[in-house]
Ligand binder design. Sequence first.
Ligand code: HEC
Ligand code: HEC
Ligand code: HEC
Ligand code: HEC
Ligand code: HEC
Ligand code: HEC
Ligand code: HEC
Length: 505
Amino acid sequence: MKKKILLAGLLLILAALIIIAENETPSWSQYQEEYFQEQIAGLQAQLGAARDNAEKSRLQQEIAAYQKRKPEIIDLVLPDGKVERCKTCHVGLEEISSSHPSNTFGCAVCHGGNPLSLDKATAHAQMYGGGHPGSLNVAALSCGGTGANGVLCHAGNPEEAKNEVDLVKTSIMSTKAGELSVLRRMFGYDKTEEVPGLSKGQVAALYPNPLPGRANQQDFQQNCLRQCHQSGGDLPVLTTANNGSWSGAPEQDGTQAKGQAGAQSKIQGSGCETCHVLTNPAHTYTGTDTTMKSNNIGYGMVHSLTTQIPYTQCNQCHNQGNHDPVNLNFALRSDMTKVIRDWKSGDTTWLDRVQDYYLPGEIFARCEVSLDCIDCHTRQDVMGDGKLHTSQYEAVHLQCQDCHGTKENLPQTKKIVDSHDLAFEEQITNPKFPALKVGDEILVTGKGEELPFIRHQGNEWLQSSRVTGQTFKVPLVYGSKCQQSLLEQGADSCHKCHDRSASHP
Ligand code: HEC
Ligand code: HEC
Ligand code: HEC
Ligand code: HEC
Ligand code: HEC
Ligand code: HEC
Ligand code: HEC
């Protein structure tokens, strides 16, 4: 008898617990409610500004639909039948890109994690690289993985150019081997550019004893080798208030960010997304996923991959200040406040652009400002060529003459004869430049790399910017009054006469 009472009592307690659990709103439904409210607020603002009646009633219908919408579990069913539920919490998240649509790719192929779970901790357990799946220590699993249909993604392809994951790991921007080599030679440790014991793909920041026996070895590691590389190097968090700082607590719009942001004020370069996911100076997410709070720094502005990479993205590391190779420290450029302001609002005039692009006092030709970095620097310049370079000058493939030719030669071209040409690959991911056709004549660099966004048509050489889409006529040295010497084709020689720094004191 006693046993039965006990059992009944236990069952009662259990039933009560189940009811409590069911009544407690799961966190995912709160995120969805927040998302609906944000959408409604946005639509209401649009409604206030709308003039047209048809537009008004469309907005009203949309608002009503969100008001009626109830939170529900969102099952993403992939082509192979697998189900993923990440979107149940991340309902507001943007599509990552048109070549990775979420209804065929899902989330786990890039992020890992446990896509069936509706509990944050479990869902996020074993995610690749936390919030940064493109970090080079996990990129082989994410970007370099294999799709559900057996397609090899960005590693393991027979065609080397498609193995971005392997290439980028050896790029000088990931290893920083150039900096290590220059300093070691300067202090007399090595006689050539080679660094004994530095192996392929190794990050220079991990090189044991880079300046053995010197008191400032640690400064070199901390202030130089650890900063600004794509495999976890520290990046500056640039804010107007702290005038740019490597370690200062971040702030947004003049107010000090509270909570965890102060603790994670160090932002690190994280592999592929350092270039392919665009950031703002404070590295904050500004998209529509309500789980992401704005003081959670270290993310791109929206969940979106792009190859239209503007110069500001490259300038997270480049053109930020001056390196002092003797004292082994780095000083941010003095006009950083203006640079940050224009990064946020966009350059409005040529003068803004000239001033923000390079450091004060630097010398360059007009095209080095009117074009973006990736309108010149080739795929192998930016993502590596598989060789371990220990000098920037050796790593950089592009030359001024590749576009301008010389007094004796026109720039080199190639006629597209095959629809499988690698040149089409770039077109797929970047529709900014005019569609490429078999029969088109494209520019080829001295090292044989194709630049499909520069075309030879009739007597003209036309370049379309891969970032802005703007078209430029490339002026040729051949047939011009240029006074260059055939033997001096390096940029430094050209800059002696072609110097735009007058407008940039
Ligand atoms: C093609 C690969 C890819 C796919 C597919 C993908 N993501 Fe991402 N995701 C990324 C990358 C790369 C980042 C890092 C962005 C950064 O550094 O800010 C990211 C960042 C995020 C973030 C942090 C916010 C942000 O934008 O930085 C969230 C949340 C997220 N992903 C969730 C998801 C969910 C949910 C899905 C499925 C609907 C998904 N992702 C699908 C590549 C992907
Ligand atoms: C129960 C809700 C929930 C589920 C389910 C969920 N997330 Fe999240 N996720 C969050 C929240 C909340 C954040 C904001 C950061 C935080 O609070 O940790 C977040 C942040 C992230 C981030 C940014 C990096 C980070 O760790 O902060 C990524 C990437 C991400 N989620 C991916 C995923 C993927 C992929 C899945 C599915 C495998 C998933 N999430 C499922 C709630 C969830
Ligand atoms: C995370 C920091 C970082 C970002 C972002 C970055 N770079 Fe670099 N880059 C470096 C460093 C550091 C070096 C020099 C390394 C050395 O000398 O050891 C370098 C070297 C280079 C070189 C000369 C060597 C070579 O590989 O050809 C070029 C060109 C270059 N970067 C272009 C770019 C362009 C274009 C972008 C934007 C699409 C960009 N970088 C973004 C850090 C970065
Ligand atoms: C230093 C900046 C930078 C980094 C880091 C970087 N990329 Fe790129 N990536 C670019 C640029 C610039 C382009 C467009 C260049 C082109 O196509 O000539 C590009 C193009 C691509 C393309 C399009 C195909 C193509 O040839 O145009 C893919 C795919 C790609 N990158 C994958 C990756 C992966 C995966 C990683 C990480 C392992 C990565 N990228 C890291 C700058 C970068
Ligand atoms: C990727 C192709 C490309 C490369 C590489 C290139 N240029 Fe140009 N260059 C252009 C284009 C396009 C214009 C026209 C720009 C404009 O109208 O603003 C131009 C214009 C010029 C002009 C005439 C405009 C002026 O008054 O300055 C000079 C001089 C010049 N470039 C020098 C150089 C030098 C020096 C280098 C090497 C550091 C170089 N270019 C590399 C494409 C290129
Ligand atoms: C000794 C000075 C000098 C040097 C060095 C020099 N140039 Fe020139 N360049 C000129 C002059 C002068 C012109 C003619 C300008 C004019 O017609 O207005 C010119 C014209 C040009 C033009 C054609 C501009 C146009 O608008 O038609 C290009 C392109 C160019 N140079 C590129 C280069 C490159 C690339 C280098 C380095 C390899 C170089 N120049 C080195 C003096 C020089
Ligand atoms: C007009 C084309 C053009 C543009 C735009 C351009 N570069 Fe370059 N860059 C070159 C050429 C050509 C060289 C090789 C110079 C030489 O002859 O030594 C070069 C060299 C470099 C080097 C090697 C070191 C050096 O100073 O020679 C780095 C690093 C670099 N560029 C980064 C960048 C970054 C970052 C951007 C954008 C902020 C950019 N470049 C914009 C044409 C360009």
